[in-house]
Design a protein around this ligand. Structure first.
Ligand code: NOJ
Length: 558
């Protein structure tokens, strides 16, 4: 396995709208980010992933782009962005940009042209189809609810939008589309960026023939995902993109891939195939979904998580590479979801960080995770901003679900959970803005904020710093082999890493109980070092009673 900088890095995701507002309009911006780079530097991260900052009408908070080569007015100017890149580099960090090329905004010039007439030269930039029996071309639903097709009266055709109707899907079969995208990517790379996170990149290759999905009882629309996820030409397109653009630069790439399997991820990330460096898989994010999907709540059963993450560790052990994450701008806060955000918030946040950061792969931290930010519960739906949340509320209430039940799902799973403004200090609006924030601040900012975290040496923030530092000091954390211990234990997640003569033992208690840990191995070693722990502890790893949400990692040398 080759050694590369992006395998040894820790990435920090910024959701610009919610990170830091410099001009009091209630919306985070580029100057705000610049003012906080010292904070990120002190955390010790290597790479910043910036969620979209391009020109956008903001139907989906910037994931609907109307101009790939301009900056959104609310975030600042291109000069601000150039300053940001320069400052990130001056701080010894790298910057990767979000690449959203499965779709554009319907306000992108390409789509404006495309919609004008069937013979417009941009018509084929998007996916237009005639209706079938007076209805949509297929019965697919959009990922944000409703049909995935939007009717256009002028041409009597429908266009495909796997997300909102303001996000028409690009037609990657058109070589002109691909070539324009590659030019745009090159333009950013020439500015000196260090890579891309690629939005739903395994959706770009659509099937030759559009077929109906299987309708579930009582539903109007069906999933078409088996036709458009990992579609027929996906590897070809990624290899072409790699050859035309990426290979010319020393950059990192991570492809967001809902529905990717470990077998496919090996193909996507096999270094010999020249596609991507790593992917974001979603299987572990679906383990608390009931049979009806994301909004159907089910508690996490720990052995499922262990089995799943272990499967990924093993699948990409010698070929390919894993990304490691529990949080991002689409997921609820992990401390509320998999930990305990009340009595054991600090302990469980540290425990979750330990389990993740000691695995093999590149860890991604989402803003606020490093200070243990939690989910939000707004009393009124009016306080929610996320298009997916608002749509699902209306869809489920039309299906007859009671308000309280829908709100329980929203409290657990809404994307706005992770989008409330970053909590910097205990001043008004958590120091995020002097104006009115675009999304309300979580009222717990008086207790949970970066200033307090930095002040206390045993805080979650300092624990993350330490984890990041350990990865830099110990090759075994980056490159060591992985083996799960105590596979069926319902409360303990423990594993072993090995590299040359070293062994790393990671022990994490996922419960508020005090289970006994018994090392299921006969290990001989001549030295043992406690690398990190979230409680004071001794060096006993054979048999020990764990405290609620306890986490510890030992390095053994033989
Ligand atoms: C995935 C992004 O992470 C999400 O925020 C967005 O809504 C969809 N892709 C559509 O771009």
């Amino acid at each position: 396995m080759s050694k590369t900088w992006w395998k040894e890095s820790v990435v920090y995701q910024i959701y610009p709208r919610s990170f830091m507002d410099s001009n009091g309009d209630g919306i985070g911006d580029l100057q705000g980010i610049i003012s906080k780079l010292h904070y990120l530097k002190s955390l010790g991260i290597d790479v910043i992933w910036l969620s979209p900052v391009y020109k956008s009408p903001n139907d989906d908070n910037g994931y609907d782009i109307s101009d790939y080569q301009q900056i959104m007015d609310e975030f600042g100017t291109m000069a601000d962005w150039e300053k940001l890149l320069e400052e990130v580099h001056n701080h010894g960090m790298k910057l990767i940009m979000d690449l959203v090329v499965n779709h554009t905004s319907d306000e992108h010039q390409w789509f404006i042209e495309s919609k004008k007439a069937k013979d417009n030269q941009y018509r084929d930039y998007y996916i237009w189809r005639p209706g079938k029996n007076g209805k949509e071309p297929t019965n697919w639903y959009s990922n944000f609810g409703g049909s995935a097709w939007q009717y256009d009266e002028a041409s009597d055709e429908y266009y495909l939008h796997l997300f909102s109707k303001k996000q028409p899907d690009l037609n990657w079969q058109n070589p002109q589309v691909r070539s324009d995208i590659y030019k745009m990517m090159t333009w950013w790379l020439e500015k000196g960026i260090d890579g891309f996170r690629m939005d739903v990149i395994n959706f770009i290759s659509k099937p030759e023939i559009f077929e109906d999905g299987e309708l579930k009882q009582g539903k109007q629309y069906a999933s078409g995902s088996k036709y458009y996820r990992n579609g027929p030409h996906i590897h070809e397109y990624l290899q072409e993109m790699n050859k035309t653009v990426l290979t010319k630069y020393d950059v990192m790439t991570v492809g967001e891939m809902p529905g990717v399997t470990p077998e496919l991820a090996r193909l996507y990330t096999d270094e010999a195939r020249n596609e991507l460096n790593m992917v974001f898989q979603f299987e572990h994010m679906g383990l608390d979904n009931g049979p009806n999907g994301k909004w159907d709540l089910k508690p996490l059963y720990l052995p499922d998580l262990k089995e799943n993450l272990t499967k990924w560790q093993q699948a990409l052990d010698t070929t390919g590479w894993n990304s490691l994450y529990f949080n991002n701008h689409d997921q609820p806060r992990s401390v509320s979801r998999f930990g305990n955000d009340k009595e054991y918030r600090e302990k469980s946040a540290k425990m979750l960080a330990t389990v993740l950061h000691m695995m093999k792969g590149t860890p991604f931290i989402y803003q606020g995770e490093e200070i243990g930010m939690t989910n939000i519960q707004f009393d009124s739906l009016d306080d929610y901003r996320d298009i997916e949340t608002l749509n699902i509320y209306h869809e489920l209430s039309e299906e007859g679900l009671p308000h309280e039940e829908i709100m329980e799902s929203i409290y657990a799973k809404s994307r706005d959970n992770s989008r409330t403004p970053m909590q910097w200090d205990s001043s008004e609006n958590a120091g995020f803005t002097t104006g009115t924030p675009w999304l309300k601040v979580n009222p717990n900012y008086l207790e949970i904020n970066a200033e307090t975290e930095i002040k206390h040496s045993d805080s979650i923030f300092h624990y993350y710093r330490k984890l990041i530092q350990l990865r830099k000091n110990h090759d075994i954390i980056v490159y060591g082999d992985y083996e799960l211990l105590l596979r069926d234990h319902p409360e303990i997640f423990a594993y072993k890493r090995t590299l040359n003569n070293d062994t790393l033992i990671v022990i994490c208690n996922f419960s508020n109980q005090e289970p006994i840990f018994e090392l299921p191995l006969d290990l001989t070693f001549h030295s043992i070092e406690l690398l990190i722990s979230n409680y004071p502890t001794d060096n006993n790893i054979q048999t020990t009673q764990l405290k609620p949400y306890e986490a510890k990692a030992f390095l053994l040398k033989s």
